[in-house]
Design a protein around this ligand. Sequence first.
Ligand code: FES
Length: 165
Amino acid sequence: MLTKDDPKLDQLKQTIDQVMQKPYSDSYLIAVLHKTQALYGYLPEDIINIISVDMNIPTAHIWGVATFYHYFNLTPQGQHRIAICLGTACYVKGAAQIVETLKQQLKIDMGQTTADGLFTLRPARCLGACGLAPVVMIDDTIHGELTPKKMSDIVNKHRRQAKKK
Ligand code: FES
């Protein structure tokens, strides 16, 4: 929940102030959305409303820009982001089975976050590790030559580590 003395909001307001000193351009709005996502992990609706007022841009336009770029997260993201490669090499080597394993184990669909906030699952194009297909990237780490069992073990390992913290 957003509060008035949120230090992240102060940082965001500084970014807005900087871009508002120049004539408006969509690229400045994108810079502000990037800053929002860097601070909050996604684009919260109440922050979009603040940006709309401060930059004098209709919210519909801001959401239009935000949804055009796949980079922007419109919902809160999990602690770990799992990107599953659906590129050709991975698909041929069984990515569909890995997708099913993840969906069943995490009880979520693509683009969703687990109820405990631990994982977000998203599709990816080629992750540049075709020789290790099928591949997922969890946060910044590539996991390759996956089988359903190996995938399941990796998820369980992350869950155990999260419980220890
Ligand atoms: S197709 Fe999956 S890493 Fe290239």
